[in-house]
Design a protein around this ligand. Sequence first.
Ligand SMILES: *[C@@H]1O[C@H](CO)[C@@H](O)[C@H](O)[C@H]1NC(C)=O
Ligand SMILES: *[C@@H]1O[C@H](CO)[C@@H](O)[C@H](O)[C@H]1NC(C)=O
Ligand SMILES: *[C@@H]1O[C@H](CO)[C@@H](O)[C@H](O)[C@H]1NC(C)=O
Ligand SMILES: *[C@@H]1O[C@H](CO)[C@@H](O)[C@H](O)[C@H]1NC(C)=O
Ligand SMILES: *[C@@H]1O[C@H](CO)[C@@H](O)[C@H](O)[C@H]1NC(C)=O
Ligand SMILES: *[C@@H]1O[C@H](CO)[C@@H](O)[C@H](O)[C@H]1NC(C)=O
Ligand SMILES: *[C@@H]1O[C@H](CO)[C@@H](O)[C@H](O)[C@H]1NC(C)=O
Ligand SMILES: *[C@@H]1O[C@H](CO)[C@@H](O)[C@H](O)[C@H]1NC(C)=O
Ligand SMILES: *[C@@H]1O[C@H](CO)[C@@H](O)[C@H](O)[C@H]1NC(C)=O
Ligand SMILES: [Zn+2]
Length: 500
Amino acid sequence: MVSIFTLVLGLGCAVIASAHPPNYHSSPDRLTSRANAGEQIFLGRFISTPTPDELLIQQGAVLVSSADGRGVINAVAWNVSSPAAAITALGAANGTTVVTSNDQGFFFPGFIDGHIHAPQYPNLGLFAGTLLDWLQAYTFPMESSLGNASSPMYANSTTTPDPFARAQAVYAHVIDKTLSYGTTSAAYYATVDVPATNLLASLALQKGQRAYIGRTCMDNQEYNPEYYRDESPEDALNKTLATIKHIQDIDPSGELVAPIITPRFAPAVTNQSMTMLAELANNMSLRIQAHADENVGEVKLVAEMYPESSSYVGVYDDHGLLTNRTILAHGVHMTDAEIALVAARGAGVAHCPASNSALGSGICHVRKLIDAGVTVGLGTDAAGGYSASVLETARQAFLVSRLLSFQEGQNASLSVPVTEVLYLGTMGGAKLTGMEGRLGGFAPGMLWDVQEIQLGNWETEPVDIFGWENWHDRVHKWVWNGDDRNVNRVWVGGRLVHQK
Ligand SMILES: *[C@@H]1O[C@H](CO)[C@@H](O)[C@H](O)[C@H]1NC(C)=O
Ligand SMILES: *[C@@H]1O[C@H](CO)[C@@H](O)[C@H](O)[C@H]1NC(C)=O
Ligand SMILES: *[C@@H]1O[C@H](CO)[C@@H](O)[C@H](O)[C@H]1NC(C)=O
Ligand SMILES: *[C@@H]1O[C@H](CO)[C@@H](O)[C@H](O)[C@H]1NC(C)=O
Ligand SMILES: *[C@@H]1O[C@H](CO)[C@@H](O)[C@H](O)[C@H]1NC(C)=O
Ligand SMILES: *[C@@H]1O[C@H](CO)[C@@H](O)[C@H](O)[C@H]1NC(C)=O
Ligand SMILES: *[C@@H]1O[C@H](CO)[C@@H](O)[C@H](O)[C@H]1NC(C)=O
Ligand SMILES: *[C@@H]1O[C@H](CO)[C@@H](O)[C@H](O)[C@H]1NC(C)=O
Ligand SMILES: *[C@@H]1O[C@H](CO)[C@@H](O)[C@H](O)[C@H]1NC(C)=O
Ligand SMILES: [Zn+2]
């Protein structure tokens, strides 16, 4: 039972607290003055998007308990402004650590990247043709070089290739960099290689990023290059099981890192591997991720390879991969029937506008997806996207929606405004990754996965604040011109994981 109660503390100050798990107003332990080492208070300005059209700006404090290692918001006290008042209002022990955000800054929910390829990171900004050419020219050589010393990437190498060392360097950097952008959760595609995929999971756990780690399954012998593929459906299943075992060994709770079943995209897999992977995901209640309807040539190829399915999304559905734990990247070319099918299954779409523009894939009709009841979050799709920043992706989501609204008879309702793109990057991502109600905001019971944004120093930061702007306008200015220089500190599950 969750009981919500409100105490009026005079002069408009109120405490809203959820009484689970500890009830600090009745617990005798609370009457001692010894600070609880597992608790921290965060004090300052809190900005979030509880709904797609509400930019909520609050001043106050929240109490985060890490007693069980999860870093959950146990109580909130809006309108308090001093550490002492926060401690009193939150019923915390005297001496509890109070982390204060600077007056020019604010706490904002950590971004959730619903679709990112960790091994492609070194290719950011490298493009050739459209999707299918680019995969062969840039993506497969790079991905294979993280697991295969005979990768074509090493053709002219003058030193002995060390794929694992390369994976270590790339993966450590991806996690550090995305944390510095305020990405507290990410749904990662790794490669076919088991040791490197396991390494990505271990690094995420060590560095403290919430991460869903997918070994990419690629058992189709006709489509995939011979230097980068699984040998058979059984090989794909075995190797997937090996990564699941590792990930569940290092984080048995699945709270911080968890496996995600990853049939790369329909052309890269087979009927047999899809059926087995769906069964595995179902048996173990695992999340699933794949690409769908990204590019016109790809859609045509899928229709040729799977003539018995009604559509691209239909291929996944026919094999049991379309579930309410499934994240489909892109969805640019989904037909109305496909959208209805995705909605009916409760699957979600990671909208990747920066990638879709860079690879010339097209413009995703996000409003249509949302109106049909499809869960939508954002994906950087690095390195189809040129940046691993969700903030950059959010502004691109705004921009492509503006172009679409112009193209569709200047239909303003197709625009996805600033508040809504922020919602997609936080609350939308939470829903997409099965973390609805646990990530994306500051309500009691939510995890403290938060970025502290700093504005106001135009010598060292990219957003020019003159001082007269209200906070609504400052947030908009941040969305358009902000970057990692505005991200002061980042926490995941209450743990400080990045500091500028
Ligand atoms: C905390 O300190 C204040 C001021 O010193 C004191 O009045 C209050 O009783 C203390 N509270 C607790 C819970 O110890
Ligand atoms: C906090 O103050 C604002 C502005 O005065 C007010 O609108 C809001 O209702 C207050 N919140 C609470 C929880 O008292
Ligand atoms: C290796 O060298 C050949 C010949 O110069 C060139 O065509 C090829 O692109 C190079 N490959 C790589 C991975 O650098
Ligand atoms: C590594 O690449 C070579 C060709 O470059 C290929 O023959 C071999 O099968 C690949 N190894 C693995 C494990 O994929
Ligand atoms: C898969 O693993 C099982 C048991 O670990 C083994 O017997 C089988 O040969 C493996 N199959 C392939 C294709 O690697
Ligand atoms: C999948 O199975 C269908 C029906 O048997 C067949 O037509 C198709 O060629 C198969 N495609 C792949 C890629 O396995
Ligand atoms: C799923 O569970 C069933 C029933 O326990 C089992 O027969 C099947 O082999 C499992 N499949 C996979 C892919 O794990
Ligand atoms: C997902 O679907 C299953 C049944 O397939 C259902 O039990 C579960 O409650 C659903 N979860 C959500 C979050 O809708
Ligand atoms: C504008 O777009 C909305 C949302 O897709 C749609 O419901 C409406 O019919 C469109 N209006 C026009 C005039 O096309
Ligand atoms: Zn992708």
